[in-house]
Design a protein around this ligand. Structure first.
Ligand SMILES: NC(=O)c1ccc[n+]([C@@H]2O[C@H](COP(=O)([O-])OP(=O)(O)OC[C@H]3O[C@@H](n4cnc5c(N)ncnc54)[C@H](OP(=O)(O)O)[C@@H]3O)[C@@H](O)[C@H]2O)c1
Length: 313
């Protein structure tokens, strides 16, 4: 099959496109003919050889954890889905990739709603799963005031909307250029970085109940000050968390992604016009190197998507 791949770790230019053996669906998986795939920080870190998981990646490797497309193989234990269904989702995290190709095997998925474009659907799976898992662990509900640090990014932009859909009030941090973007998502924007606690206390907010760190930029002490206790803070990206009493939420390797129900909810909210995946740039898979370079360029607002060539869809 056609696939984006790399046979050594390094800069985006190590990515090439060419032939690769086809994967097949396991008993509880589906295989899709990919229309679009996402590019996430984990893909970039793996390719660069900077992720602890890079060691586990057999080379050559096909990057990408998120994809959308049309089912062409259904695992024996899968019920309710058939060849020809349009779906979006993500690969098994233990595979660490496989989405930027003609065919991809999904570990969790949901029907693609008509209101969601292919670019949105292909880019969204793990961001929605991660955001849902984090909001569940924090028990974000109606009436909660939640601060999201890194609100404009792939996970943050999704988490803002899913928290608002639960009835929470959201304060979202970003760089000054992302102020309008964050406000359009429905959050109160505030500048990220040192002095955050002071800027938040200057807002017209009685108290901040919970804080979610999706940036991993070293703000945990400030987030503890803002909420009053480490127990009210959760991070998905700062491994110093436990030293400060802050919980970390990570996707379970090979396990059941416990936020998978989030995909179905996000799809329903999309149909109601209450949820969208902000996609800042779309590249053809042949330009995967440009897409990986763009993924680390700020201001990072929403997701990057790749489209499969028309003759491979
Ligand atoms: N634990 C898990 O299960 C899990 C799952 C998915 C992702 N992650 C991790 O979560 C992190 C975020 O993922 P993502 O997809 O949202 O990444 P992303 O799309 O690159 O977004 C990161 C955001 O953080 C912002 N940021 C940069 N410096 C900041 C600072 N000092 N304070 C606050 N925000 C800052 C960026 O803004 P600018 O670009 O404007 O600077 C950007 O909007 C990554 O480290 C990723 O590996 C973890």
């Amino acid at each position: 099959m056609f696939a984006v791949q790399f046979d050594r770790f390094g800069p985006p230019e190590v990515l090439t496109v060419g032939r690769f053996p086809e994967p097949h669906a396991g008993p509880d998986e589906v295989r899709i003919r990919v229309r679009t795939a996402g590019v996430s920080p984990v893909d970039v870190a793996l390719r660069a050889g900077l992720s602890p998981s890079s060691k586990k990646v057999p080379l050559p490797h096909v990057p990408g954890v998120d994809a959308a497309g049309v089912i062409d193989e259904v695992g024996a234990d899968v019920i309710g889905f058939a060849v020809g269904d349009e779906v979006f989702g993500a690969v098994d995290v233990s595979r660490l990739g496989g989405a930027s190709a003609e065919f991809a095997v999904l570990r969790f998925w949901t029907p693609k709603p008509p209101a969601m474009s292919w670019a949105e659907a292909g880019a969204a799976g793990t961001s929605i799963e991660t955001a849902t898992r984090a909001l569940d662990r924090l028990d974000v509900r109606a009436g909660t005031t939640l601060l999201i640090d890194g609100a404009a990014g792939g996970v943050g932009s999704v988490a803002v909307q899913l928290a608002i859909a639960r009835g929470a009030r959201v304060i979202g941090t970003g760089r000054p250029e992302s102020r309008t973007f964050i406000a359009r998502l429905g959050a109160t924007p505030v500048a990220y970085g040192q002095g955050l606690a002071g800027r938040v206390s200057a807002l017209d907010v009685e108290r901040v109940d919970l804080a979610l760190d999706v940036a991993g930029a070293g703000s945990l002490p400030e987030l503890i000050t803002i909420t009053g206790t480490a127990a009210s803070v959760l991070t998905i990206a700062d491994f110093t968390g436990p030293e400060l009493g802050v919980r970390i939420s990570v996707g379970e390797l090979g396990g059941e992604p416990d936020g998978r129900h989030g995909l179905t909810l996000a799809a329903a909210l999309s149909e109601e016009g209450r949820f969208r995946v902000p996609v800042r740039e779309v590249f053809p898979m042949a330009r995967a190197a440009d897409a990986h370079a763009a993924a680390v360029r700020g201001p990072r607002q929403g997701k990057i998507a790749l489209t499969a060539p028309g003759d491979h869809r």
